[in-house]
Design a protein around this ligand. Structure first.
Ligand SMILES: Cc1cc2nc3c(=O)[nH]c(=O)nc-3n(C[C@H](O)[C@H](O)[C@H](O)COP(=O)(O)OP(=O)(O)OC[C@H]3O[C@@H](n4cnc5c(N)ncnc54)[C@H](O)[C@@H]3O)c2cc1C
Length: 496
């Protein structure tokens, strides 16, 4: 395991019983402080890393969250917010000297306003529950992470989550209109609102994707959209990954924005088919699922154009969904691709880098070479239309050295993404997984400026420390870090 976390503060550890007692006074029925029960919270979707929290608190009201934050702030206790714990970047990984603030009891849909097409929800509501609530009236919530059955909308806001339909409808940030957040000192503020207009600085834009570093989200106002008249999926097999990648580029270049355009390589196709029996062709090297939606006439026209582009790129097979059940079954394989790969490998690391679409064939070839260099298996599943890659690195944690090799392989993939003009993350966030690679993408000046924003919200660095930024700063010193006669100032500050 190569990712280091900040060393726990012994003084906080010594106060554990007092902290638990104080939290019990605030949430009498919602504190867990025995190791056996806390072990349910020791990791998130980034399961290679585990740590028991100091204590778990599960508030039910905004007033309780505010009081917890006031207490933690006054007593300099760190806090790690947590939704459903599905983060793949270790964002919700507990710290030994931090309170884990679980938001699962905030599970109510507070209001649906169909006239204005919004829903007001608590952060612990699952992503899919919003669609389930409104689908009877012909509406849905567009961002659809593959984890949507489990992940919370608060976690989606914190990670700016995406999904297979975000190519056309945007990520979480494009579908959230407002939030209520509790700041580190217990103050409650509202950002954004019920409409698209923002007053003042776009602080909502800062909070979406802030990975639990700026405050605790306690309410979310999301847009709901009317279901398109029709949606049809086209399943296209290709003899090479390059030809599939070129097809993606050509579809977009033709001015067509599908609702979703996903690619899987051969190992991922075989794993998904064996798991879900979606009817995927097994004789191809790459598979595209292209979904078109909208008015029926437009949809039919666009499907013909996409099919023609696929043929020009040498597609080896094409199948169009003829019923809603068939369309959903085509997506079921893709949405279950991660657990499907979990069936063929003891462990896997799910990477998340984004590249310019035209670089897809080049980067996939480089990933395949890197797999040989690191002597590990790889399966590729990704949001091809957005250039958002999810290489799944196959390894076995019980074999000495394999996790470290998998991590180095993952780092090489992400360095490659940045090198070709892409970015370190598409939707899973930085967390701890990509924290130490931040300097690959950002200069010291960039990172300092981002941390000044963090300091404006959280001057004592109590919210989710050790995540996102590769070293801790004290806010007062930020910007004045320089090496003088070979001496780094503030040598006591942890560099991970
Ligand atoms: C099988 C699988 C498939 C996935 N597919 C996708 C996908 O298609 N697209 C995608 O984007 N992601 C995907 N993910 C990743 C994950 O589901 C998302 O990042 C999701 O948004 C995390 O939500 P959560 O409720 O589980 O948050 P958690 O994992 O609990 O927390 C994630 C981060 O959010 C912060 N946080 C949580 N709640 C709050 C709150 N109320 N206030 C402030 N901060 C908070 C935490 O501190 C942490 O930093 C997948 C994960 C799995 C396991």
């Amino acid at each position: 395991m190569s990712i280091l976390m900040p060393a726990p503060d012994p003084a906080t550890l010594a106060r554990r019983a007092d902290i638990a007692a104080a939290l019990k006074r605030i949430v009498p029925d919602g504190v867990i402080d025995d190791a056996a029960t806390m072990s349910a919270y020791e990791t998130d979707g980034f399961t290679a890393y585990r740590q028991l929290p100091l204590v778990v608190v599960l508030p039910e009201t905004v007033a309780q969250v505010a009081e917890i934050m006031r207490y933690c702030s006054a007593n300099e206790v760190k806090v790690v917010p947590r939704g459903a714990g599905t983060s793949l970047s270790g964002g919700a990984l507990p710290l030994a000297d931090a309170v884990l603030l679980g938001m699962a009891r905030f599970n109510q849909i507070l209001e649906v306003d169909y006239d204005n097409r919004i829903a007001v929800v608590q952060p612990g509501v699952t992503n899919l529950a919003i669609t389930k609530e409104v689908e009877g009236q012909g509406f849905y919530y567009a961002p659809d992470p593959s984890s949507q059955i489990a992940c919370s909308i608060g976690g989606n806001v914190a990670e700016n989550a995406g999904g297979v339909h975000c190519l056309k409808y945007g990520l979480t940030t494009n579908n959230v209109l407002g939030v209520e957040i509790v700041l580190v000192d217990g103050e409650v503020i509202r950002l954004g609102g019920r409409g698209l207009e923002q007053r003042g600085l776009d602080l909502l834009g800062l909070v979406v994707g802030s990975e639990g570093l700026l405050g605790v989200v306690t309410e979310v106002i999301v847009r709901i959209l009317p279901r398109p008249e029709i949606a049809r999926a086209l399943l296209v097999g290709f003899p090479t990954v390059e030809s599939a990648g070129q097809c993606v580029a050509d579809v977009i270049a033709a001015g067509i924005i599908p609702a979703g355009m996903e690619m899987m390589d051969k190992p991922a196709i075989h794993a998904a088919e064996a798991f879900v029996h979606a009817g995927y062709p097994l004789d191809c090297e790459a598979l595209l699922i292209v979904e078109l939606d909208g008015p029926a006439a437009e949809c039919d026209h666009l499907i013909e154009r996409v099919a023609a582009i696929a043929t020009q790129n040498g597609a080896s097979s094409q199948r169009l969904s003829t019923s809603e059940a068939e369309r959903l079954s085509m997506w079921a394989g893709r949405k279950a691709a991660f657990p499907a790969v979990g069936r063929i490998s003891a462990d896997y690391l799910c990477m998340d880098g984004t590249i310019p679409r035209r670089k897809l064939p080049e980067v996939l070839a480089r990933i395949s070479d890197l797999a040989k260099t690191h002597d590990l298996g790889i399966a590729n599943v990704f949001h091809a239309g957005d250039g958002n890659l999810h290489p799944l690195i196959l390894y076995d944690a019980s074999k000495p050295g394999q996790l470290e090799r998998a991590e180095e392989f993952g780092n090489d993939i992400l360095r490659c993404c940045v090198e070709v003009g892409g970015v370190l993350t598409g939707e899973h966030g930085v967390g701890i997984e990509k924290r130490d690679l931040m300097p690959v993408m950002f200069s010291e000046i960039d990172l300092n400026q981002q941390q000044r924003v963090k300091c404006a919200f959280d001057p004592a660095s109590l919210m989710n420390p050790g995540k996102v930024f590769p070293k801790l700063h004290r806010c007062a010193e930020l910007g004045r870090m320089h090496v003088h006669h070979g001496q780094t100032p503030h040598p006591d500050l942890p560099r991970f």
